[in-house]
Design a protein around this ligand. Structure first.
Ligand SMILES: N[C@@H](CCC(=O)N[C@@H](CS)C(=O)NCC(=O)O)C(=O)O
Length: 225
């Protein structure tokens, strides 16, 4: 059985849960509470020196970190169903969206960055939110325009074509995260339509942050209400 070290509302963990579900792979979860700082525990850092989730541990003890490296490994070892659409241009487009999320949004809004801004550089909570929302709005605006212009996207469908791809698996968790910081996602109707389509897919539904083993009860109730 695969073991996924993750945190219910971490967007990079959410990506990998979607990916594992989509490939139909069984895994057990070991929660790492990021707010309590469990990612910095010595035994955890033996496994991931970066002190971050997700980490996937394979049956033979192989340990892999970095959500996109994990997704690539899953793709190579379990090619069907694929995380990538047919066609080099379509695959390029799907990667383009996935990389905006994973390289241009997530790193600057990660927990350790926000903590550094407030605790070390002394910015206020309000300024922190302004920072967070700037990178969401700038990059989500770009994604919205790209979806609108792309011949590979149809409104109300997945980002690229008729099946979920790496683009959706990165985008949907980031939208969830943006809502936690009260970003107004109604500014991005095409992205919201992608999200709606994806959330109806069982692989995404099973990965919902509000339905994981470490989801706090108050959020779990809100999800099932
Ligand atoms: N690029 C890495 C980022 C991993 C990462 O930083 N994960 C976040 C949660 S989404 C984390 O563990 N943050 C803990 C912290 O910043 O202290 C990936 O894609 O896996």
């Amino acid at each position: 059985m695969l073991t996924l070290y993750n945190y219910f509302r971490s967007s990079t963990s959410y990506r990998v849960r979607i990916g594992l579900n989509y490939k139909g792979l069984d895994y057990e979860q070991k929660p790492v509470n990021l707010v309590r700082g469990e990612q910095w525990a010595e035994d955890y850092r033996d496994m991931n020196p970066q002190g971050a989730v997700p980490v996937l541990v394979f049956e033979d003890g192989y340990v892999l970190t970095q959500s996109l490296a994990i997704m690539d490994y899953l793709e190579e070892t379990h090619p069907a169903p694929s995380f990538y659409p047919d066609g080099a241009k379509q695959r390029g487009f799907a990667r383009q969206i996935a990389l905006i999320v994973s390289c241009d949004i997530h790193p600057v809004n990660n927990l350790r960055i926000l903590k550094y801004l407030t605790e070390e550089l002394g910015i206020s909570e309000e300024q922190k939110l302004t920072w967070y929302r700037k990178w969401i709005y700038d990059n989500m605006s770009s994604i919205e325009i790209m979806l609108n212009k792309s011949p590979y996207h149809t409104k109300g469908e997945y980002c690229c074509g008729a099946a979920p791809s790496i683009a959706d698996m990165c985008l949907v968790p980031q939208v969830y995260n943006a809502r936690r910081y009260d970003c107004d996602m109604s500014r991005f109707p095409l992205i919201e339509a992608v999200e709606k389509k994806c959330l109806a897919h069982p692989a995404f539904a099973k990965a919902d942050p509000h339905g994981q083993p470490d989801t706090p009860d108050e959020l779990r109730k809100a999800a099932s209400a």
